[in-house]
Design a protein around this ligand. Structure first.
Ligand SMILES: O=c1ccn([C@@H]2O[C@H](COP(=O)(O)OP(=O)(O)O[C@H]3O[C@H](CO)[C@@H](O)[C@H](O)[C@H]3O)[C@@H](O)[C@H]2O)c(=O)[nH]1
Length: 445
C-alpha cells in the first residue's frame, strides 16, 4: 500500500472550490498527495485575488490547470454555457494531463479522482484508465438523497419526467428526513433544461465509490441512510480562511468588527451566485437602515454590470453599517461581535454559520437553499424565515421585525450554541467524520 494520490476537480464556482480545498487540506495533513485541477480562468482569478494558494503549495498541494474552452471575456455566470463548454473541451485533455502528472511522480501515481457535481465526466475518464473515483457533494446530503431518488419519485408518480410535481403534496423520502414540497426539490428554480441534465449527471456520479458529504450524522441522519455510498466527513473546516477566493477579501471589516459591541452586528451575505434584483436590493438596504444596529453587508460586484443595478436609494443612509465586496466569511462568523446571519442558505454558509453558533434569518433564492432553510428553521430550529409579500418581495418592515424577533429569542440562541458544539464534536479533526475520512483514505491506498 502506497501513499494515496488524489486528483481533485471542482466545478469552477466558489461553493464547490471552497469545500474541496478544505477537504484537500485535510487529506494533505493525513500525508496524502493532492493535485488540484482548476480551470485556467479560475486559477488566474484566485491568484490575482491574493488568496492563499502559495501557502497550500507549502503544505504539499500541487496545482494544475486546463482551459474551460471559453474566451476570457465570456460571461461565466451563464452556467449552461460553462457546462457545455467544459464537457466539450476538458474530457479530451484530461488523459494527457494525468499521464504528465504520473510521469513526474512515478512512485505515486494518481490513485483516485475526486469530483464535485457537474464534473462526473472526469470519473468516466478515470474509469477508462482504471483509476478509482469519489464524489465530494458540496450541498446537503438531503439534496443528494433527493437527486438519487429521482427515478423512485418518477415511478411513484410524485414528479413527472421533467421533474415537475404532479400534485400539491408533502413527500418524505425516508424517516428522519423533513417533509418536502415540490418547491424544496433541488432542481427548483434552476430552469427546465437542468432537470434532464441532473438525471444524466447522477448516473455518472455512480462511478464514484463514495459520495463524501460535508455534513454529520447528527445534522442529517435520515438523508445519510438512503444509500451506503454516503460518507459524512463534515463539517469541513480544516482552515478558517478560504484560500481560493474569486474576489479579493476586504479584511478591513475585521478591524471594524473589533470596534463593535459583542453580539451586535447583523451579517448579510448571499454567497457567490445569487442575484438580488434592484427592488429587493432597495428594500434590504432600507430594512438594514431601520434596524438601528450595526450591520456588515457583502454586496458582490456583479459579473455583468448591465444585469443588476445595485444603485442605492436616496433614502438609504447606511451610516451604522459597513458594505464590502467580499468578506473573509469564516472569520467574520467566528467574530464575537456578530449577532446573526441574514443568509441565502447556500450549504457552505449554512455549515459555516452552524459551526460558529450563529442564528440565521433565511432568504433562499434557488435549488437546495429552500430545503436548507427547512433544516435551519424547522429541524434544528436555529433561525427564522424572512417572509415575502404578495409580490415576492421581502419588505423592509419584515426585515426589522424578524431581526428583532430573532435577537430576542433566547431559545434560538441556546440551540445555535448547542448545535455548534454537536457539529464541532464531529469535525474531520475528531469524532465520526474523522474516522470516516480515515476509512476513505485507507480505501484509496
Ligand atoms: O463575502 C463572502 C461571501 C461568501 N464567502 C464564501 O463563499 C462560499 C459560498 O458558498 P455557499 O454559501 O454554499 O453559497 P453559493 O456560492 O451560492 O453556493 C452554491 O453551491 C452550494 C454548494 O453546492 C449550494 O448549496 C448553493 O445553493 C449554490 O448557490 C462560502 O464558503 C463562504 O464562506 C466568502 O468567503 N466571502
Amino acid at each position: 500500500m502506497g501513499i494515496p494520490h488524489f486528483l481533485v476537480i471542482p466545478y469552477p464556482v466558489q461553493g464547490h472550490v471552497n469545500p474541496l480545498m478544505q477537504l484537500s487540506e485535510a487529506l494533505a495533513k493525513h500525508g496524502c498527495k493532492i493535485t488540484f485541477l482548476n480551470t485556467e480562468f479560475n486559477h488566474k482569478r484566485a491568484n490575482s485575488c491574493g488568496g492563499g494558494l502559495d501557502s497550500l503549495k507549502e503544505q504539499g498541494l500541487k496545482f494544475v490547470t486546463l482551459p474551460d474552452g471559453l474566451d476570457p471575456e465570456d460571461d461565466r455566470s451563464d452556467h449552461h454555457k460553462v457546462l457545455v463548454s467544459i464537457k466539450t473541451n476538458m474530457p479530451a485533455l484530461l488523459p494527457k494531463l494525468i499521464q504528465d502528472i504520473n510521469a513526474l511522480d512515478v512512485e505515486n501515481n494518481i490513485t483516485c479522482i475526486v469530483v464535485t457535481m457537474n464534473m462526473g465526466w472526469a470519473l468516466q475518464v478515470g474509469h477508462k484508465l482504471g483509476i478509482e473515483g469519489a464524489v465530494l457533494w458540496t450541498a446537503s446530503a438531503t439534496s443528494l438523497a433527493t437527486c438519487y431518488c429521482i427515478p423512485r419519485l418518477i415511478d411513484d408518480g410524485i414528479i413527472d419526467s421533467e421533474g415537475i410535481p404532479t400534485k400539491k403534496q408533502e413527500v418524505q423520502l425516508s424517516p428522519n428526513m423533513p417533509k418536502m414540497v415540490g418547491a424544496d426539490f433541488p432542481w427548483g428554480g434552476l430552469g427546465k433544461i437542468f432537470f434532464p441534465y441532473i438525471v444524466k449527471e447522477m448516473k455518472t456520479l455512480e462511478l464514484g465509490e463514495w459520495w463524501l458529504c460535508n455534513t454529520t450524522s447528527d445534522l442529517e441522519p435520515g438523508a445519510l441512510a438512503t444509500s451506503p455510498r454516503f460518507l459524512p466527513i463534515g463539517p469541513l473546516m480544516e482552515s478558517d480562511t478560504n484560500k481560493s477566493s474569486f474576489w479579493e477579501e476586504d479584511t478591513t471589516c475585521l478591524d471594524w468588527l473589533d470596534q463593535q459591541p459583542p453580539q451586535s452586528v447583523v451579517y448579510v451575505s448571499f454567497g457567490s451566485l445569487a442575484t438580488v434584483e434592484p427592488n429587493q436590493f432597495k428594500e434590504l438596504a432600507l430594512g438594514l437602515d431601520l434596524l438601528n444596529r450595526p450591520f456588515l453587508w457583502v454586496v458582490r460586484p456583479s459579473n455583468d454590470n448591465n444585469k443588476v443595478n445595485h444603485a442605492y436609494s436616496d433614502e438609504f443612509h447606511g451610516c451604522k453599517g459597513k458594505i464590502v465586496n467580499w468578506a473573509p466569511q469564516r472569520k467574520i462568523l467566528d467574530h464575537p461581535a456578530i449577532a446573526c446571519f441574514i443568509s441565502h442558505c447556500g450549504w457552505n454558509s449554512t455549515i459555516e454559520g452552524v459551526c460558529s453558533g450563529i442564528p440565521f434569518l433565511c432568504c433562499p433564492f434557488f435549488s437546495d437553499q429552500f430545503v436548507n432553510r427547512s433544516y435551519i428553521c424547522d429541524v434544528w430550529k436555529v433561525g427564522l424565515k424572512l417572509d415575502k409579500d404578495e409580490n415576492g418581495l421581502i419588505l423592509k418592515g419584515e426585515i426589522r421585525k424578524k431581526v428583532d424577533q430573532l435577537l430576542e429569542n433566547e431559545d434560538i440562541k441556546a440551540r445555535s450554541l448547542k448545535l455548534k458544539e454537536l457539529s464541532l464534536k464531529n469535525s474531520v479533526k475528531g469524532g465520526q467524520s474523522s474516522k470516516n475520512l480515515e476509512k476513505f483514505i485507507n480505501w484509496a491506498k
